[in-house]
Design a protein around this ligand. Structure first.
Ligand code: HEC
Length: 217
């Protein structure tokens, strides 16, 4: 048949292309077989990210009005409280994570998060603006659930330095307050433009969004 070589050629091309694309996705996302979904990413971003400037603004106001030590509750209570409200509204898991935590009990990343944070650091060190760093991935968990995971970098801005900057710049009161509440604090010594950590969202996905057959349509 005259058409079959042509067809098999096309098929081969299609297979190669699929292979190349999934290979590229793997490279970019550094996760075997993982894929992003632009609609999910957009929806997650729109829902969760507007919270971030609110926390920064609350922080700026508190540091200015009350001084650094008395502003501690904003990062300690207000930020987790805003995250809690968002969790209740969405039913998603939402938290802040960091490779250098102040509060390891709540902020220690899991393996997937740690990998993304390392990638954010690498990119920021290469001159990528930290406020642009984000990642989204469909992930199958070890216990058989499918979830959508999203992370957005939290850049170190001026106001963050008053509590996450160089220890030598801290007042004795601040050093004492941090030592008392956070004996395992590793979240100092940052400078502007670095990545302090990330907002991390995990959304349950009811069923696989796509079967391999769908990709052909
Ligand atoms: C007034 C002091 C203060 C300022 C200013 C401040 N933080 Fe914090 N930050 C803290 C404290 C205290 C914690 C620990 C909170 C807790 O108990 O969970 C913390 C925790 C965090 C965490 C959670 C992960 C971890 O290390 O435990 C992130 C992320 C974070 N801060 C980012 C920022 C960013 C970004 C800024 C600037 C926009 C900022 N912080 C400014 C005091 C501060």
């Amino acid at each position: 048949m005259a058409r079959s070589p042509h067809l098999s050629h096309l098929l081969l091309a299609a297979l190669t292309l699929t292979g190349v694309l999934s290979g590229a996705a793997k490279g970019a996302l550094a996760d075997t077989g993982a894929a992003d979904d632009p609609a999910l990413r957009e929806e997650t971003r729109k829902t969760a990210v507007p919270l971030l400037p609110k926390v920064v603004q609350a922080m700026q106001e508190a540091v200015k009005e009350k001084g650094t030590v008395d502003a501690i509750p904003v990062c300690k209570e207000k930020a987790p409280q805003l995250l809690q409200e968002l969790r209740q509204r969405t039913g998603w898991q939402i938290r802040r994570v960091s490779l250098r935590t102040r509060h390891p009990e709540t902020g220690t990343p899991d393996v997937w998060e740690a990998r993304q944070l390392a990638e954010f650091d690498r990119q920021a060190a290469n001159g990528v603006k930290p406020e642009t760093l984000e990642v989204g991935q469909i992930v199958d968990t070890a216990d058989g659930r499918r979830v959508y995971r999203y992370m957005k970098a939290l850049p170190v801005g001026e106001v963050c330095l008053s509590c996450h900057g160089a220890l030598e710049t801290f007042s004795d009161d601040l050093t004492a307050a941090l030592r008392r509440d956070y004996p395992k604090d590793r979240a100092t010594g940052y400078s502007v433009g670095q990545v302090r950590g990330a907002l991390s969202v995990t959304r349950p996905l009811a069923a696989p969004l796509r079967t391999p057959g769908d990709a052909a349509h």
